[in-house]
Ligand binder design. Structure first.
Ligand code: ZN
Length: 711
C-alpha cells in the first residue's frame, strides 16, 4: 500500500485513541486492528532495557566464540535455556556436521633481503582487560589451505583483476609468488581477492589492514577512538560462497548428521590457495623492503613509505597448518506459535559465532535479539500472542560461509516456501547511530512506516534521524537524488549475511536492520565489550532501539490483516534496475521493451490490488477466510521470482531480481546484468525472457487476487 492511500485516517468515537494516542493507521491493518496493534506495540516497546542489553552483551562478549567452538556451543545452550525461561515455544538446537576449518599453526618470515618474523598476533590494550585473554586466536583466515612455500613477494594493491593487469603491464608476473594485498574501501569481500590470486597463479595471498582504510588515517585509534590500531588483524573466511554458500561439501542440501558429502577437491566454494591476514605492524617491514617500480598514486596507502610493486628482492617463507576435521555447528531455533495462523511464519535471525569476542559483529545483534525475545515472551505471558508464528533463530558459522542459516534454509526449504511471510535479519545491530534499513522493494514502505513510531536517542523519531543520516551517508540513493520516503530504504541487496539463503535460494522477502558508525576493528580482537562501551553504543540505547524496531517489524508482519506488501513500489524498483542496466551501455540488439511493458502491467496490477486492499481495510472488516486466501497469494509473489535453474553459472542463486557479485556487492537482475556485461546477447535475451515471464506470472497473480477480493 502507498503512503498516499493509507487506511483509517479518521477515528471512530469508540476507538481507544481517545484514551491513549493509539495509531489507527498501519499498513495492512483495519483501523480497529491498528488501534489494538499500537497497544501491543506500546507494551512491547516498554520492555527492552539498556541495563539488560548491556548484561546480555557482556555474556556474549566474555570469551571468544568462534563457529563450531566449545564456547559457541555453550552459548547455544545458554540461548536455548533463556528462551525457554522467556516463554518461547518449541526451543530446539539443530546440529549440522560441516567441513571444518580451524587454525593449527601459521608462521610468516621475511628471509631476504633482511629477516623479519611476523608477530601475527594482537597486543593487549591498556584499560581493556579482554585484550589480554590468552584464548584470542592468532592471525588466520577461514578456509585457507595448509601448505609451506618460500617465494618472492609482490604488492598487488586491492587484489582485483585490474590490479594484476597493471602488474602485467609493468612486466611483473605473480605466478608462483606470494601476493600482498590490502583490505579495500569500499569493502570488497576477501574471498574474491583469494579467488583472483588463485586464478592468477599466486602461491599464497597475504591480506593486510592499511591505516588508510580503517586506521589512523581515518581518525583516532583504539583505545582513544573507534579506528583500528597498529596490531589489529582482520580475520575472516575466504570461502567462495558467492558461488554457493554453506558447507562446501554439501552444496544445495543440508549437512545434517549422516548427509551425503562430496570430496573437498570437488567443492567449488573451497579455496585452493594459502591465505593469511596481517596487521599493518607486520605488513610495514615487508612493504618497506619491496623493490621494483614505484606503484601509482592510487596504490599508495596510509603508511609513511613509498609503496613499490616488488617481485624479486623480497622473499618470504609462509607456513600454514589447518585442521579440516568435520565439526558440529549448532543452530538454536525457538518460536512463538501464532494464535490464529500458526502455519504462516515470520522468521527472525542473527548469527552467534564471532571471529573473537564479536563486540559489534555479531554480539550487538545477539544482545538485541535476547531483549527482543524477552519482550515477545513477556507479551505471551500477559496473554498476547501474535496471530502468525514467529520463528527465531541463532545461527552458527555465518562467518565461515553463511553456513548455519544456509544449512537450515536448505533443510526446511519446502516448508519455508509454503509457510514463510518474510525473514528479518540483524547481523551487526550497532557500531554507531546511523540507521541502515534494507528491504526488498515491496516491503520498503512498511519499513519506513515502522520507523515513524520509534524514538531515536537523539530525540527525533527514528524516521527523521534516518532521513538525516541517509542524506549524509548516501547509502540508499545517489548524490544527485533528494532523500525521501521512496528511496530511504536500501533496496539493493547483496550477500554477506544470513539473509542470503532466504532471499536467493528459498525465495522469501527479506528485511535487514542495523545501526552503523565509525568502526575500524571489524573481525579483530579489539571488537569487544570495551569498544562497545567506549565508542559503539556506550549507553546501550541503540541496542534498545534495535530490539524495539526488530520486534515491532516482526509484530506488524505477524499481525497484519492483509500482508503489508506494496507491489507497485516493487515494480518501480524493478524499473529502476532495468533503467540502470541500460544506461550508458551498448545494448546492441537486446530489446527490453517487452520487459518494460511487463513492468508497467505489474505496477498497474499492484496499484489496483493496493486500492482494493485499502478499500477492504478501510471498510473495517474482512472475512478471515478471504484474508487468508489473499495473504497466501501475496506470499507466492516472491517465490515466483525464482528460476529453478538459477542464474547462469551459479544454479544455487535462484532469484532473478537479486543476486550478489563475487565481492558480495549487490547485483540487480543478476542473470541479465552479467550477460549484458559479458556482451553475451544470446544469454541476455534468454534472461530477459525469463524476467518477462516471471513479471507476467506475478501480474496475473495480483489480478486474480484483486478479482477475488472484489468479488
Ligand atoms: Zn556478522
Amino acid at each position: 500500500m502507498n503512503f498516499s492511500s493509507r487506511v483509517g485516517a479518521a477515528c471512530s468515537a469508540l476507538c481507544l485513541c481517545l484514551l491513549a494516542p493509539a495509531q489507527t493507521s498501519i499498513l495492512g491493518f483495519t483501523s480497529a486492528s491498528a488501534a489494538h496493534q499500537s497497544e501491543i506495540e506500546a507494551k512491547f516497546k516498554s520492555i527492552p532495557d539498556p541495563n539488560q542489553e548491556r548484561r546480555q552483551h557482556r555474556i556474549f562478549t566474555a570469551e571468544p566464540h568462534l563457529a563450531g567452538s566449545k564456547r559457541n556451543h555453550e552459548l547455544a545452550n545458554y540461548i536455548a535455556a533463556e528462551w525457554r525461561k522467556q516463554g518461547l515455544d518449541d526451543v530446539v538446537i539443530r546440529r549440522y556436521d560441516v567441513y571444518g576449518t580451524n587454525p593449527k599453526s601459521a608462521s610468516l618470515e621475511m628471509v631476504a633481503p633482511t629477516r623479519y618474523k611476523a608477530l601475527l598476533r594482537e597486543l593487549p590494550i591498556p584499560g581493556d582487560p579482554d585484550s589480554k585473554n590468552p584464548a584470542i586466536s592468532r592471525a588466520w583466515l577461514g578456509m585457507s589451505i595448509s601448505g609451506e612455500v618460500t617465494a618472492p613477494l609482490v604488492y598487488a594493491h586491492s587484489g582485483n583483476p585490474e590490479d594484476y593487469q597493471l602488474l602485467r603491464n609493468n612486466g611483473i608476473s605473480v605466478q608462483g609468488k606470494i601476493v600482498l594485498v590490502r583490505y579495500s574501501n569500499p569493502y570488497s569481500y576477501r574471498g574474491f581477492k583469494a579467488l583472483t590470486a588463485q586464478r592468477e597463479g599466486a602461491a599464497a595471498i597475504l591480506i593486510y589492514s592499511d591505516p588508510a582504510e580503517d586506521g589512523y588515517k581515518q581518525g583516532k585509534v583504539v583505545p582513544d577512538g573507534p579506528w583500528g590500531p597498529e596490531y589489529h588483524i582482520q580475520r575472516g573466511a575466504i570461502t567462495y560462497d558467492f558461488l554457493v554458500p554453506g558447507d562446501p561439501v554439501t552444496p544445495g542440501w543440508a549437512s545434517v548428521p549422516g548427509a551425503k558429502r562430496i570430496p573437498i577437491e570437488d567443492a567449488i566454494s573451497a579455496p585452493k590457495i594459502m591465505a593469511l591476514p596481517l596487521s599493518w605492524h607486520d605488513a610495514k617491514p615487508l612493504l618497506e623492503s619491496l623493490d621494483g617500480p614505484l606503484a601509482p598514486e592510487n596504490w599508495q596507502g596510509g603508511l609513511p613509505l613509498p609503496y613499490h610493486f616488488g617481485g624479486e628482492r623480497v622473499k618470504v617463507h609462509l607456513k600454514i597448518e589447518m585442521d579440516n576435521g568435520t565439526q558440529p555447528y549448532y543452530v538454536v531455533e525457538g518460536r512463538i506459535r501464532g494464535a490464529e495462523l500458526p502455519d504462516e511464519w515470520v522468521v527472525l535471525g542473527n548469527h552467534r559465532d564471532a571471529w573473537v569476542f564479536g563486540g559489534v559483529d555479531p554480539s550487538s545483534g545477539t544482545a538485541s535479539m535476547m531483549e527482543m525475545t524477552r519482550g515477545l515472551g513477556e507479551l505471551v505471558k500477559q496473554g498476547t500472542r501474535p496471530r502468525r508464528t514467529l520463528v527465531i533463530c541463532s545461527w552458527d558459522g555465518e562467518e565461515v560461509g553463511l553456513t548455519g542459516s544456509t544449512e537450515w534454509g536448505e533443510q526446511f526449504v519446502d516448508e519455508l516456501r509454503s509457510k514463510a511471510v518474510a525473514y528479518v535479519n540483524v547481523d551487526e545491530a550497532t557500531s554507531g547511530s546511523n540507521f541502515h534499513g534494507q528491504a526488498i522493494g515491496a516491503l520498503a514502505p512498511m519499513l519506513v512506516e515502522t520507523t515513524r513510531t520509534l524514538p531515536d536517542p537523539s530525540g527525533k523519531s527514528l524516521h527523521d534521524a534516518w532521513k538525516e543520516s541517509a542524506a549524509r551517508t548516501r547509502v540508499s540513493a545517489p548524490q544527485s537524488t533528494k532523500i525521501d520516503d521512496t528511496n530511504l530504504v536500501d533496496t539493493r541487496i547483496g550477500s554477506g549475511s544470513d539473509h542470503t539463503v532466504f532471499l536467493n535460494f528459498v525465495g522469501m522477502p527479506v528485511i535487514g536492520l542495523g545501526f552503523e558508525g565509525d568502526y575500524g576493528v571489524y573481525h579483530s580482537a579489539y571488537d569487544d565489550f570495551y569498544w562497545m562501551n567506549h565508542f559503539g553504543d556506550p549507553g546501550y540505547r541503540y541496542h534498545v532501539l534495535m530490539s524495539q524496531l526488530w520486534g515491532v517489524t516482526a509484530l506488524r508482519l505477524a499481525n497484519a490483516d492483509l500482508l503489508p506488501f506494496d507491489f507497485a513500489a516493487y515494480a518501480r524498483n524493478i524499473r529502476a534496475f532495468v533503467d540502470e542496466l541500460s544506461t550508458g551501455k551498448d545494448m546492441r540488439q537486446l530489446d527490453l521493451n517487452g520487459v518494460r511493458k511487463e513492468i508497467d502491467d505489474f505496477e498497474a496490477a499492484g496499484k489496483s490490488l493496493d486500492e482494493s486492499m485499502t478499500g477492504k481495510l478501510g471498510a473495517g472488516n474482512i472475512d478471515a477466510k478471504l484474508a487468508t486466501e489473499i495473504n497466501h497469494g501475496i506470499m507466492r509473489v516472491e517465490r515466483n521470482w525464482l528460476n529453478p535453474d538459477g542464474i547462469p553459472g551459479r544454479p544455487w542463486f535462484k532469484h532473478i531480481l537479486y543476486g550478489a557479485r563475487f565481492t558480495y556487492a549487490h547485483l540487480e537482475l543478476p542473470g541479465l546484468t552479467e550477460a549484458v556485461e559479458k556482451q553475451d546477447w544470446t544469454t541476455a535475451k534468454q534472461q530477459a525472457e525469463i524476467l518477462e515471464r516471471a513479471l507476467e506470472t506475478n501480474t496475473k497473480l495480483l489480478e486474480q487476487l484483486r478479482a477475488h477480493l472484489d468479488r
